[in-house]
Design a protein around this ligand. Structure first.
Ligand SMILES: Nc1nc2c(ncn2[C@@H]2O[C@H](COP(=O)(O)OP(=O)(O)OP(=O)(O)O)[C@@H](O)[C@H]2O)c(=O)[nH]1
Ligand SMILES: [Mg+2]
Length: 288
């Protein structure tokens, strides 16, 4: 949700806005059936043990909100029970999702690669996103190592075989058609069951999320993702997102306050982003 700023905000209001944008806590809803791999994906994505993982019984029945982060910054993950597991509760779940939607900054809609019966999610998707069109959503096809022919998965490189790649593409196309969403918003991933370093397409997932988030939210998501999941391109986009949104917010005041604002923007960039120092100075030269 974009919050409109005043047309000519004071320097203090702009500096506060920088602070707020840098420290924002994004709220991410993770939708998907039990066992699809929501917790495993989050663990790989954020590099933290964010939720109990179980292959024995469904362990995420109620929506669980988990805050991960350190100090004053973090991210809130809302792990949501699956639609379609229990038809009797479908209405209840959809109502729950709908009531949560206005608070969310992003939805990760997960579908297991070998799940053919995901049509029950269609109605829910229509209902939720029919009313909340602006809510960014990324479809994540999980456990693609199980895509046929699953014996062909390369366990050394942790990558699919050629045949698997083509079957993954078929699945993505099917999801795109059924949900009537752009294929650009779908990504297929796999994560190792035991080894957290085994990841397929997780960097690309972060790229996609940074892409779909609005300018002022890109940074806060990239800040929380595990460092090695964030490509330098995403880091730069996230940083530029802060600058772009601050420039927008400053509006007419920009010319009079820009020197102080730029100092603050650079000073507030975290070390890991400062690795993109050449980018920051590049931005500076381009803009001022
Ligand atoms: N082979 C393979 N197994 C996976 C992958 N992701 C998750 N798993 C396994 O699938 C099972 C379920 O994963 P979870 O992450 O607990 O799934 P969940 O969606 O959080 O399930 P609930 O909490 O019950 O809703 C576990 O045994 C995971 O180790 C993957 O990419 N490949
Ligand atoms: Mg879980």
């Amino acid at each position: 949700m974009q919050i409109e700023g005043p047309k000519n905000p004071s320097l203090q209001a702009i500096l506060d806005k920088i602070e707020q944008t840098r420290n924002y806590t994004p709220k991410v809803g993770i939708f998907g059936n039990s066992g699809v791999g929501k917790s495993s994906l989050c663990n790989a994505l954020f590099g933290k043990n964010v939720a109990k993982i179980s292959d024995v019984e469904a362990c995420t029945r109620e929506p669980q909100s988990i805050f991960i982060g350190s100090g004053k910054t973090g991210i809130e993950l809302i792990d949501l029970p699956g639609i379609g597991e229990d038809p009797a509760r479908q209405k209840e779940y959809v109502a729950l999702y709908e009531s949560l939607a206005p608070e969310l900054d992003l939805v990760l809609w997960t579908i297991k690669a070998d799940d053919r019966n995901y049509a029950s999610g269609l109605d829910a998707h229509k209902q939720i996103f029919g009313k909340h069109e602006g809510l960014p959503v990324v479809f994540v096809i999980t456990q693609v190592d199980k895509t046929n022919p699953h014996r062909e998965w390369d366990w050394t490189e942790f990558t699919p075989s050629e045949k698997q790649v083509s079957n993954i593409a078929v699945k993505e196309l099917d999801v795109s058609r059924r949900f009537n969403i752009s294929a650009k918003n779908i990504i297929s991933v796999a994560v190792g069951e035991k080894n957290p370093n085994e990841k397929y397409n997780v960097v690309e997932l972060v790229d996609l999320i940074v892409e779909v988030l609005p300018n002022e939210k890109k940074f806060s998501f990239a800040r929380e993702a595990k460092e090695d999941n964030v490509s330098s391109e995403s880091r730069q986009k996230a940083e530029k997102g802060v600058w772009d949104s601050i420039k927008d917010f400053a509006g007419d005041a920009w010319d009079t306050v820009k020197d102080k604002v730029v100092d603050k923007l650079i000073e507030s960039a975290p070390k890991v982003f400062a690795a993109a120092a050449s980018f920051v100075s590049g931005l500076f030269k381009k803009w001022f």
